[in-house]
Design a protein around this ligand. Structure first.
Ligand SMILES: O=P(O)(O)OC[C@H]1O[C@H](OP(=O)(O)OP(=O)(O)O)[C@H](O)[C@@H]1O
Ligand SMILES: Nc1ncnc2[nH]cnc12
Length: 177
């Protein structure tokens, strides 16, 4: 619980960003504190190893999912694969459109980056409506992978994003307003 409290204390809530009515949960203060980063990475690695998820691939979502994904993949000695906003990845890609808490967007993944039968953990900083995470899950499924868990630092539970997803979710800090 001490690690959860440390991470929660470092989150900063900013009203009306990026638009009126959104209470933005900023995770960047965590990354100013190396002890907190170590705590966060260890917490997520423990979640994955202690629950027997055995992922082949960690998929991180553009952009804040990239802050954590490679650390976790490196500790677990598995692959890291990015899901990126449209037009950023070279070569053949698959694309899915989605809605999120403050707008619409497209996600892409490189063809073959996730292979048929691979077990995937999706990692992102935050789940709000679940639109972004669902789009990532759809890309993984289109490529033949199986998402075994979605992991977030923060979950905005009132928006019920987890209900959209095809696998269980785990979040470290929850806010219900
Ligand atoms: O559950 P949802 O309603 O889909 O919202 C959550 C998504 O929104 C944010 O990303 P954003 O698209 O703002 O991109 P960024 O990480 O590049 O800032 C956040 O990092 C999640 O990916
Ligand atoms: N309230 C919020 N804070 C930070 N990132 C978000 N992405 C979607 N909703 C968000």
């Amino acid at each position: 619980m001490a690690d959860v409290q440390l991470i929660k204390c470092l989150l900063k809530a900013i009203p009306d960003f990026p638009q009126q009515g959104i209470l933005f949960q900023d995770i960047f203060p965590i990354f100013q504190d190396p002890t907190a980063v170590e705590t966060l990475v260890t917490h997520i690695v423990h979640r994955i190893t202690s629950t027997g998820l055995r992922p082949d691939v960690i998929v991180g979502l553009d952009a804040r999912g990239f802050l954590l994904g490679p650390w976790i993949a490196n500790r677990l000695k598995c692959a890291f694969v990015p899901v990126r906003k449209a037009g950023k990845l070279p070569g053949k890609t698959t694309r899915v459109g989605y809605e999120k808490e403050y707008g619409t967007d497209y996600f892409e993944m490189q063809a073959g980056a996730v292979k048929a039968g691979q077990r995937v953990v999706v990692l992102d900083d935050l789940i709000a409506t679940g639109g972004s995470a669902k789009a990532a899950g759809d890309l993984i499924a289109q490529n033949g992978g199986t998402t075994v868990e979605y992991i977030f630092i923060v979950e905005l539970t009132a928006l019920k994003g987890a209900a959209k997803l095809d696998a269980p979710t785990y979040s470290i800090v929850q806010f219900d307003d």
